[in-house]
Design a protein around this ligand. Structure first.
Ligand code: CA
Length: 231
C-alpha cells in the first residue's frame, strides 16, 4: 500500500483514478491543480504522484520538473497523463522527468498496473497487492472487503460479499448450490436454496447492468463467475 497524489482537473477522471487506486489498497489525495499539490507535498510526502499534463495554472510537466528539484522528493516516481499522443510529445513528456506516461483515454487496470510497477521499481513495499483480486472489470479487496465494477463501487452486504469472493476465487468453475450454502451459511438448507438465489439476485443488481453478466446461472447446478470474455 502506498500514499499517492492524483492531480487532474477533470472531475470524472480524477474520481475514477482515486477510486481505482483505493481499490488496490492505496491511500489517495486528489487535487484539481498542481499548486495545492506542491504545497501539500511539503507537509505530507506521497510515495508516487499521477499528474495530468494540461492543468489550470502550472502544467503537470512544469510541476514534475519542480518536484525533481525538491528536497526528499527528487526520486519520487511520477506518472504523466495526457490527451496528446504524438511521438514528439512523448519524448518531451519523458524528458520532463516523468517516470512513465499514459495517453487518455486509458483503462484503470492499466493505470493500476503501471503504478504498481513504478512502486516496485522504487522499492516500495506494496503488501496490499495480495489482497486485491481482479477479474475483468471486477475488482475486490479482501482486506477492506470493498468491491468495484468498472470503477463504480458496489455496496455489498456481508453475505453478498462472501458469495462474490467465493465465486471469484473459484472463477470459471460451476460452484454448486450446496457448496455455496455450506461455505457461506455453514450448513445445509436441506434443498431450500431460495435464500441463496435471493442473495445472487441482489448481488447481480449491485454489480450493475454489465456486471450482472459476470455471474452465470448453471441451471439445476449452481453459479459460475466469468470474466469479460464470456460475460
Ligand atoms: Ca486536464
Amino acid at each position: 500500500m502506498a500514499y499517492i497524489y492524483v492531480i487532474e482537473d477533470e472531475e470524472n477522471i480524477r474520481e475514477l483514478i482515486k477510486i481505482a487506486l483505493e481499490g488496490f489498497g492505496h491511500e489517495v489525495s486528489a487535487f484539481e491543480a498542481a499548486e495545492p499539490a506542491l504545497e501539500s507535498m511539503k507537509e505530507k510526502k506521497p510515495d508516487l504522484a499521477v499528474f495530468d499534463w494540461m492543468l489550470p495554472g502550472i502544467s503537470g510537466v512544469e510541476a514534475i520538473k519542480a518536484i525533481r528539484g525538491m528536497d526528499g522528493l527528487s526520486k519520487m516516481p511520477m506518472l504523466l497523463l495526457t490527451a496528446k499522443d504524438k511521438e514528439l510529445d512523448k519524448v518531451v513528456g519523458l524528458d520532463s522527468g516523468a517516470d512513465d506516461y499514459m495517453t487518455k483515454p486509458f483503462g484503470v487496470l492499466e493505470l493500476a498496473a503501471r503504478v504498481r510497477s513504478l512502486l516496485r521499481r522504487g522499492g516500495k513495499d506494496i503488501g496490499a497487492e495480495g489482497d486485491t483480486v481482479v477479474c475483468g472489470k471486477l475488482t475486490l479487496n479482501k482486506k477492506t472487503r470493498e468491491v468495484w465494477f468498472d470503477g463504480q463501487k458496489a455496496e455489498l452486504t456481508f453475505k453478498e460479499y462472501e458469495l462474490l469472493q467465493y465465486l471469484l476465487e473459484n472463477r470459471d468453475r460451476v460452484v454448486s448450490r450446496d457448496e455455496l450454502l455450506n461455505h457461506i451459511w455453514g450448513y445445509s438448507y436441506d434443498g431450500e436454496t431460495r435464500t441463496l438465489d435471493i442473495h445472487i439476485r441482489t448481488l447481480r443488481q449491485k454489480l450493475g447492468e454489465k456486471g450482472q453478466d459476470y455471474i452465470k446461472t448453471s441451471r439445476g447446478v449452481g453459479y459460475r463467475l466469468v470474466g469479460d470474455e464470456q460475460a
